[in-house]
Design a protein around this ligand. Structure first.
Ligand code: ASP
Length: 327
């Protein structure tokens, strides 16, 4: 039989627990309040204003963030002047253009292609992998076969400009990335639509003149990009080998899950990179763009020179990100 004291203890404990739960429910609601005028919003690596414009065109019509990021990323993919993404991307050291891309929707579904050749829009192939197969990632000739079976057209993606750059590179064959000189124009884009659905996409031709078969961070879910509707999303640019070793985009989302502002989360992950790989960080660039569920954003890089595109509140901006190291 319960004594009166036991009974009192239990009642007090019970009401404390209920109180705590109630408090947490309220607090969660309170913490989840979006910034005023925050949605829709889209952020992308580098000066990709035409891409954020394309994404905004979808978002401003009450469209889905997944459609917005796909539409946005398709812009540099088709741009022959963008030498790090899709058509016009610099080839590997044997002269082949090989492409990597990934995409995630608001349900946490993911699709990805890597080492894909001859297809101008790898991001759309990645979306088909996500939506029309039981898999997350397809690679190389299998990814190409799949794309062709879905009606994508086989094209020569090596432009004259890219071919000339490759011919020139072959004279020295120096395989060393130089911060912000060797161009990192990979597009990583994350967005939240008016219904607060979060999606992300990332596309690249990878490191210029890489060894054939090299795959970077961009098609790896959690490295080049990660989106979680409960928390937010992040996308990366820079030397893929460094992003891969720390699963940077996933880590940023996890930092936000623990309560960090997107800016602080990006800074934390860049600092960790510098702590773990001081040598590699000395002359290589890595940068992130980040959004959280409230519509707040952040961006940070190892070295100066990283800018990002932000479309929010009807304004399409290109902003210089902060960096860990000075000039
Ligand atoms: N992250 C890309 C890669 O390593 C390169 C880039 O950002 O330009 O493949």
């Amino acid at each position: 039989m319960k004594s009166r004291r036991d009974f009192l203890h239990q009642s007090i404990l019970g009401s404390l627990t209920a109180g705590t739960l109630g408090f947490w429910a309220k607090a969660t609601e309170w913490f989840d309040v979006p910034e005023k005028g925050a949605f829709p919003v889209v952020i992308a690596t580098w000066d990709n204003q035409k891409a954020t414009q394309a994404a905004w065109d979808v978002l401003s019509k009450n469209g889905r963030s997944l459609d917005a990021v796909e539409a946005g990323v398709r812009i540099p993919e088709a741009d022959p002047l963008d030498t790090s993404v899709g058509y016009g991307g610099f080839p590997d050291r044997d002269g082949n253009v090989t492409l990597d891309a990934c995409i995630m929707d608001e349900f946490g579904n993911a699709g990805s292609v890597n080492f894909l050749e001859h297809i101008m829009h790898p991001i759309s192939v990645a979306r088909k992998v996500m939506e029309e197969t039981p898999h997350v990632m397809l690679s190389g000739s299998g990814a190409l076969e799949f794309a062709l079976s879905k009606g994508f057209i086989k094209e020569d993606l090596l432009t004259e400009v890219a071919r000339e750059a490759w011919e020139k590179w072959k004279i020295t064959s120096e395989y060393k990335p130089v911060i912000n000189i060797e161009r990192h124009d990979t597009i990583g884009m994350v967005a939240i639509d008016a219904q607060r659905r979060i999606a992300g996409a990332c596309s690249t031709s990878g490191l210029a003149f890489k060894i054939r078969g090299r795959v970077g961070d961009s098609p790896i879910i959690g490295a080049g990009m990660f989106a979680d509707n409960e928390v937010g999303a992040a996308a990366a640019t820079g030397l893929g080998e460094m992003v891969l070793r720390t699963l940077g985009s996933f880590l940023i989302v996890e930092e936000m899950r623990r309560g960090k502002h997107p800016q602080k989360a990006a800074e934390e992950v860049i600092r960790r990179l510098a702590r773990k790989y001081p040598k590699d960080c000395a002359d290589n660039q890595v940068g992130y763009v980040v959004l959280d569920r409230k519509g707040r954003h952040g961006a940070y890089s190892l070295h100066p020179g990283f800018n990002y595109s932000l479309y929010q509140g009807g304004q399409n901006l290109v902003v210089e990100a902060g960096s860990l190291f000075a000039k």
